[in-house]
Design a protein around this ligand. Structure first.
Ligand code: URA
Length: 196
C-alpha cells in the first residue's frame, strides 16, 4: 500500500538531519492526501502554521489553495500535496540550494509512491527545481512540460496571489486549463462522481 509506504518514509524523514532545518523546525511537514494519486501539488516549504500543525498548506496560503481546488471541483483528500523541503526555513526565507538538494531524495521517493500523471508546481521555487533551473514563472505559468513521463505545469504560489490579486485571473485560466487536462487524461473526476 502506497499510503503505508509513505508513512514509513515520513517516519524516516522525521529523524533526517541532512540539513540544519531539521534542528530549528517544530514539526516535520511531510505531505498529505491520497496515494497513489493522478495529481500531485508541490509547494516550496512549510510556513509558520504548517510548522506548528505538521501539514502542508494550512495557513492563509493554504486556505486560498483550498478555494482554488474547489474552483476545479477538487479537495485535498482527492490528491497528494507536498513541498520541496519538509522542514520550515526560519522566518519563512526561501529554502537554500543546499537544503533543496538535501531534501530532494524525500520528494523523489514520494513521487515514486504517489505515481502522479500530473504535477503542479506551486510557485517559482518548485518550478525551478522540477521543471527547469531558469524557469520564469511570469512567462511560463500555465504551460505544459514533461519530465520523466510526468506532465508538469507551474502556477503562481498562493502566497503570491495573496500579495498581488492582479495575478489571480491568469491563475484561474491556468486552473481551467488544468481541469481540462484532468478531465481528458485522468480518471480523477470519474472517481469523484463514483464516490458521491
Ligand atoms: N507555502 C508552501 O510552499 N508550502 C506550505 O506548505 C505552506 C506555505
Amino acid at each position: 500500500m502506497a499510503e503505508q509506504e509513505i508513512g514509513k518514509l515520513a517516519a524516516d524523514c522525521a529523524v533526517c538531519r541532512k540539513c540544519p532545518l531539521g534542528e530549528t523546525r517544530t514539526k516535520l511537514v511531510f505531505g498529505v492526501g491520497k496515494a497513489p494519486s493522478e495529481l500531485m501539488l508541490v509547494g516550496e516549504g512549510p510556513g509558520e502554521q504548517e510548522d506548528l500543525q505538521g501539514e502542508p498548506f494550512v495557513g492563509p496560503a493554504g486556505r486560498l489553495l483550498d478555494d482554488m481546488l474547489e474552483l476545479i471541483g477538487l479537495d485535498r483528500s482527492m490528491i497528494y500535496i507536498a513541498n520541496m523541503v519538509k522542514c520550515r526555513p526560519p522566518h519563512n526565507r526561501d529554502p537554500q540550494e543546499t537544503e533543496l538538494a538535501a531534501c530532494r531524495p524525500w520528494l523523489d521517493a514520494q513521487i515514486r509512491l504517489v505515481r502522479p500523471k500530473i504535477i503542479v508546481c506551486l510557485g517559482r521555487i518548485a518550478a525551478g527545481e522540477l521543471i527547469r533551473g531558469d524557469f520564469r514563472i511570469t512567462r511560463e505559468h500555465g504551460q505544459w512540460f514533461e519530465r520523466d513521463g510526468v506532465r508538469m505545469m507551474a502556477i503562481y504560489h498562493p502566497s503570491a496571489l495573496l500579495r498581488d490579486v492582479s495575478k489571480r485571473p491568469e491563475t484561474f485560466a491556468d486552473l481551467r486549463e488544468l481541469r481540462g487536462v484532468l478531465r481528458r487524461e485522468t480518471d480523477i473526476y470519474t472517481e469523484i462522481s463514483l464516490r458521491s
